[in-house]
Design a binder for this molecule. Sequence first.
Ligand code: HEC
Length: 154
Amino acid sequence: MLKIDFLLLLMPFFILTGCGNSENERSKPKIVDDSYKNNRWYTESQYKMGKVVFSENCVRCHGTKGQGLVENWKKPNPDGSFPPPPLNGTAHTWHHPMEILVQTINNGGAPYGGNMPAFREILSEEEKLAVVAYIQNLWDQETYDRWVNMNAKF
Ligand code: HEC
């Protein structure tokens, strides 16, 4: 009860500050296929390699444009695991620094009781970076810049 009251109290604040609105806008990413031209860390050829890696290994769970498979990816499956989240900049992925992104690709979801398979032995180091490039190429410039400001350590 207390928690609900607290959220209700905060409601007008979110409405007034437009927080809710900007969240909605973020759910419709402007996907530009040539983001690699916009001063990103990766090259066009890394993006192209990542596109192949992604379509062969990740699409079945994360969707053709990294949109995920279900609308409500925060709702747990009946067994308590979570559906694959979108990777296209609308979920949490941009909060994670490079090393955590690569770590997730290496270890999959097992450390958290999740369903994502581990790709440590399946992809080369070059392919892991390339697939991150492909994912980040799905992010609009605002999202990418936020990632750089918050996390980039290279
Ligand atoms: C069998 C389905 C499946 C496949 C295949 C898969 N993933 Fe995932 N992925 C998930 C799930 C589910 C999660 C959430 C963590 C968990 O529960 O395992 C996740 C989480 C992630 C995250 C963390 C996202 C975040 O916002 O924190 C990244 C990054 C990611 N996956 C990248 C990839 C990449 C890159 C590939 C291909 C090389 C891939 N995944 C293949 C199911 C999958």
